[in-house]
Design a protein around this ligand. Structure first.
Ligand code: FAD
Length: 476
């Protein structure tokens, strides 16, 4: 950071705005911390795990053994927060993927066409991504690390409807208080913040949970040196409502493959070797099975369940400590199969920066009047569309619990079916679809007249609209 920029930030700070705490040092916490350093003298990240110096899985982030995609818009947001991060990822082993050209996907209508595009992002393991983000923050002299330390409760402010501090416990069991002017919960899906708030007399947020009963099983393999592929990742999709199994293979750092098999509505992939391979062989295409059947496994088979979409409606609470906010999976976790979590964490961090600027402009720096409510309400505009996309897809499956698809959802599902049925024969429709998936364009872009015309023409030529797995077209 230049000296001039530092001086500007320091002058803009009210002395009271000296310290912010982020609970959780995973991706959402790290990204929020990055933004907070523009507004606070010190930002302390409290993380209960010891943080590894190499890209390594850790207990607090069990999902890191499973495939993670970084959507293109998510990558752009990361570049906004950390200019040059793509190059740093590549320098440490990530590759750059063109999702349209280098990731064959088998949809219900067949293999999607492949051609060069700008839908690009780094492709790497979840552990490398977190490691590189952490490295960027380690260079920031406003960041402090309290790790391994667990936040165990909130301490209220004696005079105001605000938090004064968090109570933390270190690895030796020593308890201390850490006070701050802003406290950010980024402790993930299993956040205890609702209970801690309840303990202080606040109502907990209502929760919406929509659970398709998706289970993951993943295994690392050595990429066979004789194996030739012109792709970097490959997907075989499920097909609602009758074919609930899907899989993906990613080519990652150190010549490794990460294979993730997924089953919806509790059709969980097995975690024993024979069952894992059997599941792979019964996907709608055997391509992943053919690739891994003779490949050398490098790990055990990791399993992950608990993938429900879960939203905590802090935005609806009229009473909250004004200097408390929640971000990342702690406030809105998506079914991970749509690959949105990291991207939304990055967009939320950028929204946090905008809210802090707004707050300072309106009330003066160091004043938190109404901040919690304002931030949580603004965040809804970041999470609304990805939530609707994830839950709208999940509600196609008959055993999904938490809600029933309403008329609008059914209409949207129908329209998406029409778009997807065009994918394997209409490259421009596929590109438009992927741009929506990667959050480069709004879903309404799929209503563009060019696409609508193709949907109508297809409905006229194929009035039944049925696509059967046996009639899939296209080549890998
Ligand atoms: C199986 C699976 C696959 C996924 N695939 C993708 C994908 O392809 N693309 C994508 O973008 N996203 C994906 N996600 C989502 C993604 O992992 C998360 O959205 C992302 O990690 C951000 O999460 P987070 O930082 O909010 O929470 P988490 O990653 O869950 O981290 C929470 C952190 O808080 C710490 N913590 C918890 N409690 C305390 C406490 N009391 N005190 C101190 N520290 C605490 C934990 O140790 C942990 O480090 C996937 C998720 C799962 C489960």
């Amino acid at each position: 950071m230049t000296q001039a920029k530092k001086q500007h930030q320091t002058q803009a700070l009210h002395p009271e705005s000296a310290h912010a705490i982020v609970i959780g040092g995973s991706i959402a916490g790290l990204l929020a911390a990055r933004v907070l350093t523009d507004h606070f003298e010190r930002v302390t990240i409290v993380e209960r795990d010891p943080l590894p110096s190499e890209p390594q899985a850790r207990p607090g982030v069990p999902q890191s053994q499973h495939t993670h995609i970084l959507l293109t818009q998510g990558y752009h947001s990361l570049e906004t927060l950390f200019p040059g991060i793509g190059d740093s990822l590549v320098a440490q082993g990530a590759t750059r993927i063109d999702w349209l050209a280098e990731c064959p996907i088998m949809f219900p209508s067949g293999w999607a066409p492949r051609f060069p595009s700008e839908i690009k992002a780094p492709l790497c393991s979840r552990t490398l991504l977190e490691q590189v983000i952490r490295q960027q923050l380690e260079r920031n002299d406003r960041i402090r690390w309290a790790t391994p330390c667990t936040v165990t409760q909130f301490i209220p402010h004696p005079q105001r409807a605000a938090l004064h501090a968090v109570q933390i416990k270190d690895a030796q069991g020593k308890i201390a208080e850490l006070s701050a002017q802003l406290i950010v919960d980024a402790s993930g899906r299993n956040s205890h913040a609702p209970q801690w708030l309840q303990h202080l007399g606040y109502a907990p947020p209502q929760e919406t949970i929509i659970d398709s009963g998706l289970g993951y099983a993943s295994r690392w393999y050595r990429r066979p040196c004789e194996f030739f592929e012109d792709w970097k990742s490959i997907y075989v999709m499920a097909q609602a409502p009758n074919y609930p199994c899907l899989g993906a293979l990613f080519q990652l750092e150190d010549d490794r493959w990460l294979v993730t098999l997924m089953g919806i509505n509790h059709n969980y992939p097995s975690t024993n070797e024979a069952g894992f391979l059997d599941f792979a062989s019964h996907l709608r295409s055997p391509v992943i099975y053919e690739a891994i059947k003779a490949a050398e496994p490098l790990s055990k088979i990791y399993s992950y369940r608990g993938t429900a979409n879960r939203q905590r409606h802090y935005e609806k609470l009229t009473q909250l400590p004004e200097n408390f906010i929640s971000i990342g999976d702690a406030i809105c976790a998506f079914n991970p199969v749509y690959g949105q979590g990291v991207t939304i964490a990055a967009e939320s961090a950028i929204a946090l920066g905008q809210c802090l600027q707004h707050q300072h402009k309106r009330y003066g720096a160091g004043q938190w009047t109404g901040f919690s409510r304002y931030f949580h309400q603004q965040l809804v505009s970041v999470t609304r569309t990805p939530w609707l996309m994830a839950t709208g897809e999940d509600l196609r499956w008959p055993q999904t619990v938490g809600n029933q698809p309403d008329l609008i959802t059914k209409l949207l599902q129908w329209y998406m079916d029409q778009v997807v049925s065009l994918i394997n024969e209409e490259g421009d429709v596929y590109q438009a679809f992927l741009e929506v998936v990667h959050r480069l364009k709004a879903p309404t872009s799929l209503l563009h007249s060019q696409i609508l015309k193709k949907v109508i023409a297809k409905r006229i030529s194929h009035p039944s609209g049925e696509v059967s797995t046996s009639s899939v077209r296209g080549q890998l």
